[in-house]
Design a protein. Structure first.
Length: 123
């Protein structure tokens, strides 16, 4: 840590900090949002989620091919995304098709990729 990156005086008792600490400490959504980002921090799951922003739905076999994984591995990742409310599925005969749960998930992924392109453009 560089010296210019930290405060030179203590101001921990500011009203703003106290208010925010109370708000964050009582938020029941923090853990759920942390789990969501943790799920997307896995490169394979992020590839799957991103692919599902480009195509409305994909069968498990297509997902496995796209991410270079076995069907079992792709299924495992898809079930994890589903358990967190990021994906949903429908069954058609013996095939299972997955899609993202809603527009918010798509937006979240698109914003993350747009941000990364912006950061890369600054370098």
């Amino acid at each position: 840590m560089k010296e210019q990156d930290i405060c030179e005086v203590s101001c921990m008792e500011s009203e703003k900090a106290i208010t925010l600490q109370l708000q964050l400490g009582t938020s029941s959504h923090l853990l759920a949002v942390a789990k969501l980002f943790k799920a997307l921090s896995d490169e394979t799951r992020l590839k799957i989620a991103y692919a599902l922003t480009l195509e409305e739905e994909l069968c498990v076999h297509d997902v496995a091919y796209i991410v270079g994984a076995t069907t079992a591995t792709a299924s495992h990742h898809l079930r994890h995304l589903k358990s967190l409310g990021l994906a949903k599925y429908r069954k058609e005969g013996k095939l299972v098709y997955y899609s993202l749960d809603d527009e918010h998930v798509k937006q979240l992924i698109h914003i993350a990729f747009a941000h990364q392109e912006e950061v890369a453009g600054r370098e």
